[in-house]
Design a protein around this ligand. Structure first.
Ligand SMILES: [Zn+2]
Length: 231
């Protein structure tokens, strides 16, 4: 049993099901437009079963995903915006990952954000290999932090397990298809303290009704940075 999936409440999911999702607010960080869900959360009854909802399901047709590749930023702080800027400085067309999970410094602790790569279902720029298999068909998930030195926070672990379990379910991926960046190339990423086995085994589980249920993040943002023109 995966205890991290068992204890917190899917408050946002209850809000979605109840039709009381507040409308998004627009905000701007530097020149990058973002859309944030308000902090206020709807009431939730712990007894309510929640049918699996892939909150991250993009409008674009699904790419043929074959892998999920986990990373760390190797920094103590970070956000979608800061990583986006850093990757543009490398000459890329924006943040190379499909998802970023914050650690409370730059983004909320355990907060999951998707990027334009996910919304548009385009290739990543996070796991270079000779045939480019992992950038072409790998969903790149990065956690903010340096896990050579510190452990991911409990909130980050709970969030990455939720995200991985939903993605595995949605795209019929198995445990062996959830890998660490270091499995693709010579790198320490995502760090020796990153519990890749525990995360790759994450799964949604059948609820009383027989439908799949999962815990969903209490805080998340729909959103994020837009693709930049290459320069
Ligand atoms: Zn990496």
């Amino acid at each position: 049993m995966d205890k991290a999936i068992g204890f917190s409440l899917p408050v946002m999911a209850a809000g979605l099901l109840a039709g009381c999702m507040p409308s998004p607010m627009q905000s701007t960080v530097g020149s990058i437009p973002t859309v944030q869900a308000p902090a206020q959360q709807p009431a939730f009854s712990p007894a309510s079963p929640v049918v699996v909802q892939n909150l991250w399901k993009p409008d674009a047709p699904a790419r043929k995903w074959r892998h999920i590749v986990l990373h760390h930023t190797a920094s103590s702080a970070g956000s979608v915006e800061s990583v986006h800027e850093a990757h543009i400085d490398r000459g890329w067309d924006g943040i190379g990952y499909h998802f970023l999970i914050g650690n409370g410094k730059g983004m909320g602790d355990g907060e999951i954000q998707s990027t334009f790569r996910w919304r548009e279902q385009i290739h990543g720029a996070h796991a270079k290999s000779p045939n480019n298999e992992y950038n072409e068909y790998g969903i790149g998930i990065c956690l903010v932090g340096n896990f050579e030195e510190t452990d991911p926070s409990d909130a980050q672990l709970a969030s990455v397990k939720r995200l991985v379990s939903v993605l595995k379910h949605e795209y019929q991926l198995t445990e062996s298809q959830v890998i660490a960046h270091r499995d693709v190339k010579a790198t320490a990423c995502p760090g020796k303290k990153f519990p890749i086995g525990e995360i790759s085994r994450s799964s949604v589980f059948a609820g009383q009704s027989g439908t799949y249920v999962t815990e969903l993040p209490a805080a998340f943002q729909i959103v994020t940075v837009e693709r930049s023109n290459l320069r």
